[in-house]
Design a protein around this ligand. Structure first.
Ligand SMILES: [Zn+2]
Length: 273
């Protein structure tokens, strides 16, 4: 992370990404993927956001995209430990995203009880349907796309449609894939690739929590979020929230645990907050 660009998860860098997209690509929503004809014309792009942690961060990115005339697909976890889609603030965020033309999709986490190398999609279909219906009951619109949180290896490069919805991890959408997972662009700096597209269809995955007005390291971004959400709250809440954060984003640990032991029992605080 020593070079200038790689440390840049600021909104200004995001704006440069969006400008490159605007100039070089035709953006599509994830739900449109089965109907995209990659060959011919400008390269196509699907910008997808997995909202693991914070609706506030998601809304900020949606507003910036809107200023560039770009629509993206935002995936939400209905039974998240960190946010409640049913509360009025969340409903308002969803409403604003939809009004800007963004798509609302399902970010689905296969539960620890079912997770195994042998688990097949068919085993979780009814849970996927129930989770999608939860979002639909809030937005009043069909959920047409799904991405898996902590995707199982066997789910990668799967079919285009899963449970009647566009599958973000389908083979055709992973031929060219760039992601900021864990607050790091594994494939290298995105901007040069966006400026000189090499393939006809790109899926760009962004996690809003890693981004801010100023760049921050992922552990610092989590820390700032944690402090904002737990300030002035009772210690039981803080402890539960800490466990929820650790189990939702297991790969990155916030900077300072403030003397609160991290839960080693992932999922211990399920249902909170
Ligand atoms: Zn996720």
């Amino acid at each position: 992370m020593s070079s200038g660009w790689s440390a840049d998860f600021s909104y200004n860098y995001f704006r440069r990404i969006l400008e490159a997209i605007r100039v070089n690509f035709n953006p599509h929503l994830l739900s449109q993927a089965p109907r995209i004809e990659p060959a011919g014309g400008r390269p196509k792009i699907i910008v997808r956001h997995d909202v693991d942690v914070s609706l506030r961060h998601a809304l900020r990115m949606a507003e910036i995209e809107n200023a560039f005339g770009i629509c993206a697909t935002y995936m939400f976890i209905p039974n998240s430990l960190l946010y409640c889609l049913e509360d009025s603030t969340s409903r308002d965020v969803l409403r604003q995203l939809i009004s800007m033309g963004h798509e609302i999709g399902l970010h689905f986490d296969v539960s620890n009880e079912v997770r195994s190398p042998d688990c097949e999609v068919s085993q979780v279909e009814s849970q996927i349907d129930a989770a999608a219906r939860q979002i639909e009951s809030i937005t009043g619109m069909p959920v047409q796309s799904i991405s898996f949180h902590r995707p199982l290896q066997q789910f990668l490069r799967g079919p285009v449609i899963v449970c009647g919805r566009t599958n973000a991890y389908s083979g055709q959408l992973m031929n060219w894939y760039m992601s900021d997972s864990k607050g790091c662009w594994r494939e290298g700096e995105p901007l040069p690739r966006l400026t000189r597209p090499e393939k006809p269809l790109l899926q760009l995955l962004i996690h809003p929590i890693w981004w801010g007005e100023k760049h921050g390291l992922p552990e610092d971004s989590l820390q700032e979020f944690f402090e904002g959400e737990t300030r002035g709250k009772p210690s039981e809440f803080v402890r539960a929230f800490d466990g929820a954060l650790a189990s939702t984003v297991p790969a990155v640990r916030r900077r300072d645990v403030q003397g609160i032991p991290h839960s080693n029992q992932i999922g211990q605080s399920r249902g909170m907050p």
